[in-house]
Ligand binder design. Structure first.
Ligand code: GGG
Length: 362
C-alpha cells in the first residue's frame, strides 16, 4: 500500500480586526481550507482567531491584550484583515495593533505586488502599455513611521501648539531593505530596481538612503537601477508603468505609492501584501493592502481578492509555490469569468467570489 503523504500543519493566527477585515479574512480561511482539503493530506491549516481591534478597544481600552504579542509569537504566520473604525482615532487603532505587531516582530520588509488582473479594467490598460507587473518593496520598521516625535512642544498652549514628527533612517535599516529589493529583482524577468526618495528636500535620512542605494547597487551589476524623487515616481506610475519592476521606498512613500499602484491596477481591493520578518525569528503577517472600509462593511460587498492574494503570498512563505500559483490562477479565472465585486464593475458578493474561487480550485 502506498504511504500516505506526511501532513504539514501550519498554525495560523487570524486577526480579522475591523470592518471588512472580518469578511475578507473569512474568505481567505475558506479558500485556504479548501486547498488543504484538496491536498490529499499533504498540508493542513490550524487556525486560531483573535477578536482584537476597535471592538475590543471599546470593551478594554486596548486594541490587543498586554500579552498579545506573546500569544502570537509561536504561530507560523499571522493572517490579518484591516484596522480602523470611526469610533477610535486612527493613530490609536493603527499603533495599537497593526504597527505594534509589524514593529515588535521586526517585519521590516513589506512586499506589495501590483499587476494587471485578467478581466479587470484598469485606467492604464492602453495599447501602448504592454504589462503592469511590479513589486513595491516598503521599508516597514522605521522611516516616517518610527513613532518618534512629540506634541505640545511650544509650551504655549492651545492655538500655538508645536508638534514634531521625526523620521528615522539607519544605515542598517536602509541597507537590508535595499538588498532585499535587489535580491527580489534578480528573480524577476525584468531585473531592475527603482529607488524612491525625496532627498532634494529631505537632506539627512533620504540622502543616507540614496548613498546606501548606490553602494549596494555596486554589488548587483546585473540589475538595472534608477533613483527617482517620489513626486516624479507618482507621475511615472501613471505615464510609464512599463518601465518599472521592483520599486523600493521608505515606509510613508511606499505606503502612498502602493495605494496608487493598486488603484491603477483597478481597485484597492485587489492588492495583496506580506509583512515579512525575513530572518524568520518572528512570524510574518499577510494582509490585504486596503483598510477597514466602514462605508461598505457588513454588506458583503468587499472584494476578497487582496486578502486571497495575501493568502497566496503566505503559501509562498510556507514553501508551497505551486499552491500559491493555483490560488492566483483561480482568483484571476473568477474575475475573468465576470464574477466580480462592485469596486471592479461587478455585482457579486464577497461570498460568491469565495465560492467561485473554491470551485476553480476543483
Ligand atoms: N490591511 C491594511 C490596513 O488595515 N491598513 C490600515 C492603515 O491605515 N494602514 C497604514 C499602514 O499601512 O501603515
Amino acid at each position: 500500500m502506498p504511504a500516505a503523504p506526511a501532513t504539514r500543519t501550519f498554525r495560523i493566527a487570524a486577526i480579522p480586526a475591523d470592518g471588512v477585515g472580518e469578511e475578507v479574512v473569512a474568505a481567505g480561511r475558506t479558500v485556504l481550507d479548501a486547498l488543504a482539503a484538496g491536498s490529499g493530506g499533504a498540508f493542513a491549516f490550524d487556525w486560531t482567531e483573535f477578536p482584537w481591534g476597535c471592538g475590543y478597544y471599546a470593551e478594554t481600552g486596548r486594541m490587543m491584550p498586554a500579552d498579545g504579542l506573546e500569544q502570537l509569537r509561536d504561530f507560523d504566520a499571522l493572517y490579518f484583515g484591516a484596522v480602523g473604525w470611526p469610533s477610535v482615532p486612527d493613530h490609536i487603532s493603527l499603533w495599537g495593533l497593526r504597527l505594534n505587531i509589524c514593529q515588535n516582530f521586526d517585519q521590516w520588509a513589506n512586499v506589495r505586488p501590483v499587476r494587471f488582473h485578467p478581466g479587470i479594467t484598469s485606467p492604464l490598460r492602453k495599447a501602448d502599455h504592454t504589462e503592469l507587473d511590479w513589486v513595491v518593496v516598503r521599508e516597514n520598521s522605521e522611516g516616517e513611521y518610527a513613532g518618534l516625535g512629540g506634541r505640545n512642544l511650544s509650551g504655549r498652549g492651545p492655538g500655538n501648539e508645536v508638534a514634531l514628527q521625526t523620521a528615522l533612517f539607519t544605515e542598517h535599516g536602509c541597507e537590508r531593505i535595499i538588498r532585499f529589493a535587489f535580491d527580489l529583482a534578480r528573480q524577476r524577468p525584468r531585473k531592475k530596481v527603482s529607488s524612491v526618495t525625496k532627498s532634494n528636500a529631505q537632506q539627512y535620512g533620504m540622502v543616507l538612503w540614496d548613498e546606501v542605494f548606490e553602494r549596494v547597487a555596486a554589488d548587483y551589476p546585473d540589475v538595472e537601477t534608477e533613483s527617482v524623487l517620489v513626486d516624479a515616481m507618482a507621475a511615472k506610475f501613471v505615464l510609464k508603468p512599463e518601465d518599472l519592476s521592483v520599486v523600493v521606498a521608505s515606509n510613508l512613500n511606499a505606503d502612498i505609492l502602493s495605494d496608487l499602484g493598486s488603484a491603477l491596477a483597478g481597485s484597492l481591493g485587489l492588492a495583496a501584501s506580506a509583512n515579512l520578518n525575513p530572518e524568520r525569528r518572528f512570524p510574518s503577517m499577510f494582509e490585504p493592502v486596503h483598510g477597514s472600509a466602514p462605508d461598505i462593511a457588513g454588506q458583503g460587498l468587499a472584494n476578497p481578492a487582496g486578502a486571497l492574494g495575501s493568502a497566496a503570498l503566505m503559501l509562498d512563505h510556507f514553501g508551497l509555490p505551486a499552491e500559491a500559483t493555483r490560488l492566483r490562477d483561480a482568483i484571476d479565472a473568477t474575475a475573468a469569468a465576470g464574477i466580480r465585486t462592485p469596486d471592479v464593475g461587478g455585482t457579486a458578493k464577497t461570498t460568491e467570489i469565495t465560492d467561485a474561487v473554491v470551485a476553480e480550485l476543483g
